[in-house]
Design a binder for this molecule. Structure first.
Ligand SMILES: NC(=O)c1ccc[n+]([C@@H]2O[C@H](COP(=O)([O-])OP(=O)(O)OC[C@H]3O[C@@H](n4cnc5c(N)ncnc54)[C@H](OP(=O)(O)O)[C@@H]3O)[C@@H](O)[C@H]2O)c1
Length: 255
């Protein structure tokens, strides 16, 4: 019996996740797209947007080990071929670290770092030659960001992890792409009234995801959309981290 071909998208209830689901559905031949997040109704509306593959709604809180085990159990039961894994779920907010909430920080590290690591490890047993892993990092991964310190560090982890994994998986012909968006108009910035964040234009998630899917299919290591973000990437490679932290600390981040 042939295995069904699936994609798994975490954080598929809003923002980039919804867009990934729509674009993967159009561009890759799949039987099912597994849509994972906490808000079931939102996942159901993402599922209804799919035209070619069947959406499978999986309600899971990725800050908990039950949430991760849930995915493992479903994979063990179905034994599909995972063609695409998109580790996208994540969150963060700007605040002074001293004043930050312990539970919030722990949950952020669990969702932004622990979940992608655990899920990737589980999924690799169901991924074959030609598979794609897309890890949503951020332009915050490039430099230390005072007042966004934990979030930036989680994204730096994802960028580093993605580069290492890409090298390790070369022999299996599985691609790994880290997506590094700047500010985009998703729920992440829902309370923001301005059109810019620190002088950076807030970008359309559709375009960021289009570029990410294209870069993944081209098996690129990193996907960066827009000249501003490419410029930041170059600057971050040229300046010492101490200087990057100093200048970032002077910038007013959105609340
Ligand atoms: N928007 C930006 O400017 C920007 C820039 C750079 C990077 N990013 C990254 O892009 C990714 C997607 O964010 P977005 O911009 O699309 O924001 P978003 O619209 O807020 O989406 C975040 C997604 O993560 C899911 N999520 C959060 N906590 C979760 C949990 N405990 N368990 C399961 N799912 C959880 C949310 O689903 P539920 O609430 O339904 O669980 C939602 O689907 C994140 O990794 C973010 O760090 C965003």
């Amino acid at each position: 019996m042939t295995k069904k071909k699936i994609a798994i998208i975490t954080g598929a209830s809003s923002g980039f996740g919804v867009e990934f689901a729509k674009q993967i559905d159009q561009q890759i031949d799949l039987d099912e797209i597994w849509l994972i997040a906490r808000r079931k109704e939102k996942l159901e509306s993402t599922s209804k947007m799919l035209k070619n593959s069947q959406g499978i709604v999986i309600k899971a809180d990725l800050s908990t080990s039950e949430g991760i085990t849930n995915i493992k159990t479903l994979l063990e039961k179905d034994k599909p071929e995972v063609k695409v894994l998109i580790n996208n779920a994540g969150f963060g907010r700007t605040e002074k670290f001293e004043d930050s909430d312990e539970e919030y920080n722990e949950s952020m590290i669990d969702v932004n770092v622990k979940a992608p690591v655990m899920i990737t490890k589980i999924v690799l047993s169901y991924m074959y030659k030609g598979g794609h892993i897309i890890n949503v990092a951020s332009s915050a991964a490039y430099a230390p960001l005072p007042y966004f310190s934990v979030y930036a560090a989680t994204k730096a982890f994802i960028l580093s992890f993605s580069y290492s994994l890409k090298e390790e998986l070369k022999l299996r012909n599985i691609s790994v792409t880290a997506v590094c968006p700047g500010p985009a108009s998703t729920e992440f910035f829902k309370s923001l009234k301005e059109k810019k964040v620190n002088g950076l234009n807030i970008k359309d998630p559709i375009k960021i995801v289009r570029k990410a899917v294209r870069d993944s299919l081209k098996r690129r290591s990193v996907s960066i959309y827009g000249y501003e973000m490419n410029f930041l990437r170059v600057v971050s490679k040229l300046l010492p981290r101490k200087m990057l932290a100093y200048f970032s600390g002077k910038v007013k981040l959105p609340q």
